[in-house]
Design a protein. Structure first.
Length: 317
């Protein structure tokens, strides 16, 4: 691969990273406004509130960046970047079309993705520890407990797909995918998606930021653009989770005329799954901490193990 091609691919990935989370953010504004009958997000910019996201960006830029006096200033400043950058790295290895339509194809793509997305949670832990705020620290500890509970079922679900496809490459998994996997790997897809929601701390798994109990958890002391980076990391995480769900369980770029329109199928499916993430936020109440832990250890992990065993039996027979 020549240097101009490498630079072009990195530029395309960076452009997608900057654009897609903003689209998902705008979608969330509008979808939640309609579902909850809120008129506020419909005014900024005139027609249907098209400039709501721009207004929010200007608002964050105008706010003062405050650092608590007792905070660990270096860790406090680095936390938003640590939370955001891993999702940019992950986008590099997600295939959007057949052939070489990927930033960088890896033979161990699943391992790489699971390892890097786990790093992103460290940003939340850093924010909670460095803020010199007991509520922030409690949110960080809840994040650590939630990560340990939901990382394992995600790995088991991804392992089931890798076993079924006979490869750890994301491109290879899409190439081996068949429509009947929608039934065969349905349980694994459910576990992976729910585990991803919990890692992103999205409702109903948002106990680490429970605003009715601990103000806003690890992000309580963050203001201005630093807080905006955490929001951008959340929306980037939604895009990454949706894209991975599409690649692993929904056939990726496969669809009618996928040789020419493969990228469009990937994008359409990703946006559809992102809408489901937003829909769940509006539809379900927050789980208590004990319910959240029990749901993973007593629910998702046994289901993931059964799915892994079933996949092994099918492959052997």
């Amino acid at each position: 691969m020549s240097w101009p091609e490498i630079i072009l691919r990195l530029a395309l990935v960076l452009g997608a990273f900057l654009l897609l989370p903003l689209i998902v953010g705008q979608l969330e504004h509008k979808a939640m406004a309609h579902m909850q009958s809120r008129l506020g997000p419909m005014y900024a910019g005139g027609f249907h509130g098209w400039a709501q996201l721009i207004a929010d960006g200007v608002k964050f830029a105008q706010k003062e960046a405050v650092t608590p006096k007792a905070a660990d200033r270096l860790v406090f400043a680095l936390a938003p970047g640590v939370a955001l950058v891993p999702y940019l790295v992950v986008l590099i290895v997600i295939p959007i079309g057949p052939g070489d339509a990927v930033g960088q194809a890896l033979d161990v793509g699943i391992f790489f993705v699971l390892a890097v997305t786990g790093v992103g949670v460290l940003g939340t832990l850093m924010a909670g520890w460095a803020s010199a705020n007991k509520f922030s620290l409690l949110g960080g500890l809840r994040t650590a407990a939630q990560l340990m509970a939901y990382e394992l079922p995600m790995v088991l679900a991804a392992a089931s797909v890798a076993m079924a496809a006979g490869t750890l490459s994301l491109t290879g998994i899409v190439e081996e995918w068949r429509p009947w996997w929608l039934i065969w790997q349905l349980a694994a897809g459910f576990v992976f998606f729910i585990g991803g929601l919990a890692e992103l701390q999205r409702p109903p798994f948002d106990m680490p930021v429970a605003d009715s109990e601990i103000i806003f958890g690890p992000y309580t002391e963050y203001t201005g653009l630093r807080f905006a980076l955490f929001l951008l990391a959340e929306y980037a995480g939604i895009v990454v989770l949706s894209a991975l769900t599409v690649v692993l369980f929904l056939g990726g770029w496969k669809g009618p005329f996928d040789d020419q329109l493969g990228w469009l199928w990937t994008l359409t499916k990703t946006m559809a799954v992102s809408f489901v993430v937003i829909w769940l936020r509006v539809s379900y109440p927050r789980l208590r901490e004990d319910q959240l832990q029990k749901f993973s250890w007593a629910g998702l992990i046994p289901v993931a193990l059964l799915q892994l065993a079933l996949t092994g039996v099918v492959k052997v027979l």
